[in-house]
Design a protein around this ligand. Structure first.
Ligand SMILES: Cc1ncc(COP(=O)(O)O)c(C=O)c1O
Length: 393
């Protein structure tokens, strides 16, 4: 595993002012509070939590989440699982379908590696062909290594997102029965993640969407149980809805990931009163490089932050002018004054951005610089490598 470049490692102990721009910065105090709130929530509601590590892509943060009580982490890609495993994360769920035989061979090898480390790999399926190919890869790995490993397999249901997943009901039963035929596969339960519900702004409409998902899970679970198979676990949920899945009594595991950093898009959701409050903890530090009569230009464009879920919000520190960010292209951001007095920042002034969407923003950076003591006058505590940056296969 490669180490951090020396200029980044050398930042530890230095003032936040010495962080070059544009850089991705974590407010570690806010992040720790977010982590503690999720841990407390899960404990109180007696549910497991398996945060989605596709968000931070960082083995150190995954391990911090597990130390706080998470049972493991989710990832979306085989290569993400490999990168986190190389960083010492041993309980990983690929909450996604893998079909290519070459990738499934890597999945089987990783399952064996994690089992040898005392951990576990799990994976989702949504087709009979996918189950057969996975079983084939596990059998091939056993033949080649002489070691028999069993992988946990979740049947993914489409509970409203219209992405992967079989229709609730008979199709899920067929897959569960297919999994049962293969000794290297263990039917671990159902994945029922409602991606579309996460960003429904109205709290009531989110409740309605998850209530429908819960109904279809209950119906499907009954059909599987009628075949004499246990559904040990229902896993799913994201930052926008996890309190609803937790309250359902049907979901046993929460996959929310973004709560750790809380991006600008999630902040636009109407907060359900029962949801723990999460703070923004991920920022792009940028600085003004050009000033004009009606606008200033900063050095962070959409090569520094993802814009698929909207542009970043400007995070004004105490006493700072209120600003609005507009797209200036790959390397530039346009800042306009919005607050009283319409004050614009001067040349060289630091401006903090809250990214619209944390997951793809993290994937644009090699490292995240962790600061304690606040963004105004804090100190760099730790630099985190984005271990699974670009791990797309
Ligand atoms: C399968 C699955 N589970 C959980 C999540 C976590 O959602 P969030 O990061 O919005 O909390 C995602 C995010 O896209 C996902 O695809």
């Amino acid at each position: 595993m490669s180490t951090l470049p020396s200029h980044l490692a050398a930042l530890v102990g230095k003032s936040v002012n010495e962080i070059d721009t544009p850089s991705l910065v974590i407010d570690l105090d806010a992040m720790k509070r977010n982590l503690a709130r999720m841990a407390e929530f899960a404990k109180k509601h007696n549910v497991r939590w398996r945060p989605h590590a596709k968000m931070h892509k960082c083995a150190s943060l995954a391990k911090a989440q597990m130390r706080a009580g998470a049972v493991g982490v989710c990832v979306q890609k085989t290569a993400e699982a490999e990168a986190l495993a190389a960083g010492g994360v041993h309980n990983i769920y690929i909450s996604n379908e893998v079909i290519a035989p070459a990738k499934l061979a890597r999945v089987a090898a990783l399952a064996r590696h994690l089992a040898a480390e005392g951990g576990k790999l799990a994976i989702a399926v949504d087709s009979t062909e996918g189950v057969i190919r996975l079983a084939q890869a596990m059998n091939d790995a056993r033949t080649a290594s002489g070691v028999a490993t069993v992988i946990d397999v979740f049947v993914e249901m489409d509970v409203g997102q219209g992405r992967c997943g079989v229709e609730p009901g008979a199709a899920a039963v067929t897959l569960a029965l297919e999994i049962r035929k293969h000794p290297a596969l263990h039917f671990a339960g159902l994945q029922a993640y409602h991606g579309k519900a996460q960003h429904i702004r109205s709290a009531q409409e989110r409740r309605d969407a998850i209530a429908k998902a819960v109904q279809s899970v209950v119906m499907t679970r009954q059909l599987i149980e009628a075949q004499g198979m246990a559904v040990d676990l229902v896993t799913g949920a994201g930052t926008g809805s996890f309190l609803l899945e937790a309250a359902s009594g049907v979901y046993g595991e929460l996959q929310a990931g973004s709560f750790l950093f809380m991006d600008a898009d999630y902040a636009r959701n109407e907060r359900d009163a029962a949801q723990p409050p999460f703070e923004h903890a991920l920022f792009v530090k940028t600085q003004v490089m050009s000033t004009h009569a009606g606008h200033a230009v900063c050095d962070a464009g959409h090569k520094s932050h993802a814009i698929d879920s909207g542009l970043p919000m400007v995070h004004a520190l105490e006493g700072e002018a209120e600003l609005e960010y507009a797209n200036g292209g790959d390397e530039h951001g346009i800042l306009r004054a919005t607050g009283a007095g319409k004050r614009l920042p001067g040349l060289g002034q630091t401006v903090w951005l809250i990214p619209g969407h944390c997951d793809p923003t993290v994937n644009l950076h090699n490292a995240m610089i962790g600061v304690t003591g606040g963004l105004a006058a804090g100190t760099v505590q730790r630099v985190y490598r984005v271990d699974a940056r670009g791990a797309l296969t």
